[in-house]
Design a protein. Sequence first.
Length: 138
Amino acid sequence: MAKITGAPKHKATLRRLRSPAARREYGKAMHAAANMLATEAAISITTGAVGGKNHVPSSPGEPPNADTGFLDRSIFAEQTGELTAIAGANASYAQALEFGTSKLQPRPFMAPAAEKIRPKAKKLVEAARNRVIRGGTL
């Protein structure tokens, strides 16, 4: 009969993965990722933008060019639960710009920002998981 070795260590690791400390660690990583998304979206709107009488609207498919600064200042990130966080924009016209309307071609700024930060966000979550598995400081 084969003897199983390492079972106690494996059980301890599994307990750590489900612990309240682990959930806090994952939640922090998700909130950090949402903040990265909000920052990247705001940067995409403000980079190279000129407001006022010299303002030039963006082309369809490109992020909006900031004019008044209201849209980029309306972008937020917040933790919505123990393991969840969101990023979005509160400007009344944000959805119309992101997805377009019958009269306006889309000028997405959140989706491209999400794609850009996805690898970094994944690394944040993986790092949190690795800290939990190693039993590091939580």
